[in-house]
Design a binder for this molecule. Structure first.
Ligand SMILES: [Zn+2]
Length: 128
């Protein structure tokens, strides 16, 4: 591997996806225009861009919680996909019933917050 190859940052011009405002960004020349536009959108302070950022933060927080609560990648990916659909406003809520007694509900409330509740429907009982 060559270590002479430094990432050179140049001034790039990106456009906010929401308001169309142009931003000057220091970015690698190797980034695609779409990536530079995404950075400009991230930096923009228009209402839509700010709301989109808030959505992303909420989504990341819920996904982090899911990661802690569900051990398999399969389950995490499945739930993460549901979270993304909720955040796109394609769905209002999901309920997953997992064998034998675990019920996970994910929903978006009126304030736009994402919620998750994992409930065990049966208590563990044992007698000897
Ligand atoms: Zn904007």
């Amino acid at each position: 591997m060559s270590d002479n190859k430094k990432e050179v940052k140049i001034e790039r011009i990106g456009t906010c996806a929401y308001c169309g405002q142009i931003g000057h960004i220091e970015a690698s020349g190797e980034l695609s225009q779409a990536e530079v536009d995404a950075m400009a959108t991230d930096m923009c302070i228009c209402l839509d861009a700010v709301n989109a950022k808030r959505k992303k933060v909420k989504e990341a927080k819920i996904k982090e919680f899911v990661k802690q609560k569900f051990v398999t990648d399969e389950m995490c990916n499945f739930l993460n996909e549901a979270i993304e659909l909720l955040n796109k406003d394609d769905f209002e809520e999901f309920t997953f019933k997992q064998y034998p007694d675990k019920v996970t509900k994910i929903w978006k409330d009126n304030s736009g917050s994402l919620n998750i509740r994992i409930r065990k429907t049966e208590s563990d009982e044992f007698k000897a």
